[in-house]
Design a protein around this ligand. Sequence first.
Ligand code: KG4
Ligand code: ZN
Length: 333
Amino acid sequence: MLVLGIESSCDESGVALYDTDKGLLAHLLYSQVDLHADYGGVVPELASRDHIKKITPLIRQLLAGQNLSLTDLQGIAYTAGPGLIGALLVGASIGRALAFGLGIPAVAVHHMEGHLLAPMLEPSPPEFPFVALLVSGGHTLLVEVKSLGQYRILGESLDDAAGEAFDKTAKLLELGYPGGPILAALAEQGEAGVYRFPRPMVDRPGLDFSFSGLKTYTLNTWQQAAQTQQDKANIARAFQEAVVDTLFIKCKRALQQTGTHNLVVAGGVGANRCLREKLSTLEASVSFPRLEFCTDNGAMIAYAGAMRLQAGESEPVRISPKPRWSLSELSKN
Ligand code: KG4
Ligand code: ZN
């Protein structure tokens, strides 16, 4: 079955072709980073308008690159949430209308299910059951994944998501946009052991997270420092170490609690080198998607949609994007 995937939940337009026999054929991504850079963050209305401009030409380019045409498609998967409502509406409208016009099934994909299945696109995919650490700009989740569609949330962030904490801290330090990768790059130049930031909530039982206090800690530390470029790098390093260590401790706990030996790491913060290195030291089999599939992309949506379409799922001729949508609502018993 040849499936077209469309991702438009935030500031990336992503499209991909996944074939259930041949695997991922191709994917294309257009990032709106330059568009939002002047504003220091994503402007939702600009994001929606840009998705309208980019998605249709991207689909044409994707098919042409494979010498395929629209009539070769057998299913369409689009991100239906969670995300920015306007941005979601664009991908959902294009995907659903295209499927209706072509007389093929369409399926609404949960963005975080896409992220957690992204490592399945790698040559040695993880085996079920596994624990997934989903760390993106909007979510920090630890999920027990028994099989496709069987998700139990073990823990989540009570305030800022890990990526959000990176972005907001980068803003406090006036590092520019997008903050996460810039802060991570600066942290590489920081000296070890100059500062030690707290590891929030690790002394309490449970698997929830809280990252918002680290922003204040960063600001206070910066205000008390001499404010040289090296101080900034040292603070960035200490912040990153605190987030990474906290995620590491909770992942270890989640694996112990579930008796699972497989860990999957996904979402934008999964691209963080320090996090990847630290989690690789766990006594478990740890899978990461390649860097380009950690952040938002169409390939993960095409894959998740293909699995659901193959299992016989499809949507009526109606779209209902959900800006808020818990992963646990997907689980069938
Ligand atoms: O999954 P994603 O592309 O979009 C969402 O669904 O949110 O994640 C984006 C988040 C942003 O907060 C970004 O700053 C963060 O991932 N991020 C990183 C790195 N690369 C992206 N955070 C830390 N280190 C990185 N290398
Ligand atoms: Zn995402």
